[in-house]
Design a protein around this ligand. Structure first.
Ligand code: IMP
Ligand code: MG
Length: 205
């Protein structure tokens, strides 16, 4: 799903969201329900493509945890209600590269022991993070690696990475919610929203 640069989003007044974020957000870019519905379709596409292989889901924390959990849940439902039983393992890695809303050069990868056939990720911004992670995973020579990311950002940068599956292509905006954070805040917001200047200043570190 393409969200165009001039998409005004939805007014925050049309939805509910935590009171502690009143005044900190500009608008709702993607409501929670649409995120879940789109993720259900990604799950269907993945199940169709995966064939008879088992899946090791590698969830990229922290921002990918909501997407990963919902994706796994949908894959489980599909598997349970079909002839083909898909066995799934889940593992987690933690990546950290952002300070305020700027992508940092140095990237840390922490955790993850069993790598991997499929990765579940929150957002591909510049694509730098994903490339570092994929280089690490490829050393384990998995049979197949597929990357699923909820969001892909239209950045002007040339090293744009394209995941195998993605939910939405969004403008080059800093977004929060659905586990995506701004300095660890806004993960507890259901919708994907655009933060306003007041919110940025309030939670700047
Ligand atoms: P990249 O290296 O620029 O692709 O950034 C990837 C990581 O940065 C993602 O996994 C997110 O955790 C974080 N990130 C990038 N853009 C955003 C955003 O708009 N909001 C919140 N986190 C972001
Ligand atoms: Mg973050």
């Amino acid at each position: 799903i393409q969200i165009s640069d001039n998409w005004p989003g939805y007014s925050l007044d049309l939805f509910t969201y935590p009171q502690h974020y009143y005044g900190d957000l500009e608008y709702v870019l993607i409501p929670h329900g649409i995120i879940v519905d789109r993720t259900e379709r990604l799950a269907k596409d993945i199940v169709q493509d995966i064939g008879d292989n088992d899946i090791v889901v590698l969830c990229v924390l922290k921002g990918g945890y909501k997407f990963c959990a919902d994706l796994v849940e949908h894959i489980k439902n599909l598997s349970r209600n079909s002839e083909r039983f898909i066995s799934m393992k889940v593992d987690f890695v933690r990546l950290k590269s952002y300070h305020n809303d700027q992508s940092m050069q140095d990237m840390q990868i922490m955790g993850g022991d069993d790598l991997s056939k499929l990765t579940g990720k929150d957002i591909v911004g510049t694509g730098r993070t994903m490339k570092v992670l994929l280089n690490t995973i490829e050393k384990y020579k998995p049979k197949m690696i597929k990357v699923a990311s909820l969001l892909v950002k239209r950045t002007s940068r040339p090293d744009g990475y394209r995941p195998d599956y993605y939910g939405f292509e969004i403008p080059d905006l800093f977004v929060v919610g659905y586990a995506l954070d701004y300095n660890e805040h806004f993960r507890d917001l259901n919708h994907i929203c655009v933060i306003n200047d007041h919110g940025k200043a309030k939670y700047r570190v």
